[in-house]
Ligand binder design. Structure first.
Ligand code: ADP
Length: 375
């Protein structure tokens, strides 16, 4: 591809200066636009899009500082480098010129070598800046396409998984041998975990783009929790799972499907990260005047303190690869945090290595007598 000839705009009220610079630059192969007044140059600049502006400071009417100010405040012109032309020795002017966004200055009377060296440097820097900006824009487009493609694939995988889970559930109803039942159970557990993974991947993207519509209804969080527990089925293995629900109204205004998945995620994590023989999980629901708290405590291997404030970060995992942890995306807790916060709630964790972890979240509580607030 042929390179475009860089264009340089010169603004100087001394016609002799204009002539000398124009000749110098044209000879060096640059395109040149020369203006004797700042206001005329400003009128032409947005359209001309020069690669560099050589700007005299001392001009009658609009001086170089003012022209620079206007250039730097325009969206289309602020990235054009300005090289000031200053009289030799006026340090104060040079400092002001640089503080206004000028990239450099050349001094009068012109030294051919000095002018050419500075012009070359700044034209090259500008070329690289433009190239970088264009590459960045291209990368953003590609990244958006990749994200979209991933989402489409993951979405299709989830649909297929839903069908697998449903069919495995059906298969369990047939009179199968103990061995066959065990295999079906194992396939069922794995498919459930995979479904959860794919859902988290899809929902985190949608929540980040604020494209996941929340369907708020009045929900009793106690029943939601019990529902999640019933669904856990074979996943829990021989771990003990207890739940404590107080005998009060536990109404919150939430998207019950989303909050159900938050509890499910936290519970599945508690299962995944506890021993399958001696694992013990305790789900406690508590209510204060204006909040309902769900906490899920486990006696698993815990989380190192230095990782605690990062577990909710996207893709963060505590060295799960070393531990051979399968079915891991590091997105489950990110989903939980985004979901709880979208409900005006808070989420947190306390954990101690070797003792276990307690993940909790709180949602604003509805007054028990409030009328139904379906949206
Ligand atoms: P995933 O489980 O897919 O890796 P999460 O976002 O759900 O992703 O969890 C991030 C990391 O936090 C996990 O990889 C694990 O290291 C840690 N973690 C989450 N829950 C627990 C828990 N109950 N006990 C110990 N570590 C946990």
């Amino acid at each position: 591809m042929r390179r475009r000839i860089p264009t340089i705009m010169i603004i100087d009220d001394t016609l002799e200066n204009l002539r000398v610079l124009e000749e110098m630059l044209k000879e060096a192969g640059y395109g040149v636009l020369a203006f004797p007044r700042g206001d005329l140059a400003l009128r032409a600049v947005a359209k001309a899009r020069p690669d560099l502006i050589l700007l005299d400071i001392m001009m009658p009417g609009m001086d170089g500082f003012e022209v620079c100010r206007v250039l730097k405040s325009g969206e289309d012109t602020k990235h054009i480098p300005v090289l000031f032309i200053s009289a030799l020795g006026s340090t104060e002017d040079k400092v002001k010129a640089l503080s206004l966004g000028g990239v450099d200055y050349v001094t009068k009377p012109f030294q051919y070598e000095e002018v050419m060296a500075r012009v070359r440097t700044h034209v090259e820097l500008q070329r690289q800046r433009k190239e970088l900006a264009a590459a960045y824009e291209k990368l953003k487009v590609l990244e958006a396409q990749r994200e979209k493609l991933t989402q489409m694939i993951v979405h299709d995988i989830r649909s297929l998984l839903t069908s697998i889970v449903g069919n495995l559930e059906l298969a369990k109803m047939y009179s199968l041998s103990d061995e066959a039942l065990k295999s079906v159970d194992r396939a069922f557990v794995s498919s459930k975990l995979l479904t959860e993974m794919t859902s988290s991947m899809l929902d985190v993207s949608r929540m980040e783009e604020e494209e996941l519509p929340l369907r708020f209804t009045e929900v009793d969080i106690g029943s939601v929790t019990k529902g999640v527990l019933e669904d856990l089925g074979g996943l829990k293995g021989s771990r003990s799972v207890r739940v404590s629900v107080p005998d009060t109204d536990l109404k919150v205004k939430c998207d019950s499907q989303i909050i159900r998945r938050v509890i499910q995620n936290l519970l599945i994590n508690a299962v995944k990260f506890t021993d399958k023989e001696i694992g013990s999980i305790f789900i406690a629901l508590t209510a204060s005047r204006d909040k309902i708290r769900v906490s899920i405590e486990d006696n698993g291997h815990g989380i190192p303190s230095e990782s605690l404030d990062r577990v909710f970060d996207k893709f963060f995992q505590v060295s799960s690869i070393e531990k051979g942890q399968k079915y891991s995306t590091g997105l489950g807790l990110t989903f939980c945090k985004l979901a709880v916060e979208a409900h005006g709630g808070t989420i947190g964790v306390e954990s101690e290595i070797g003792k276990g972890s307690t993940f909790w979240f709180e949602l604003p509580r509805l007054p028990s007598t409030s009328p139904s607030m379906q949206h």
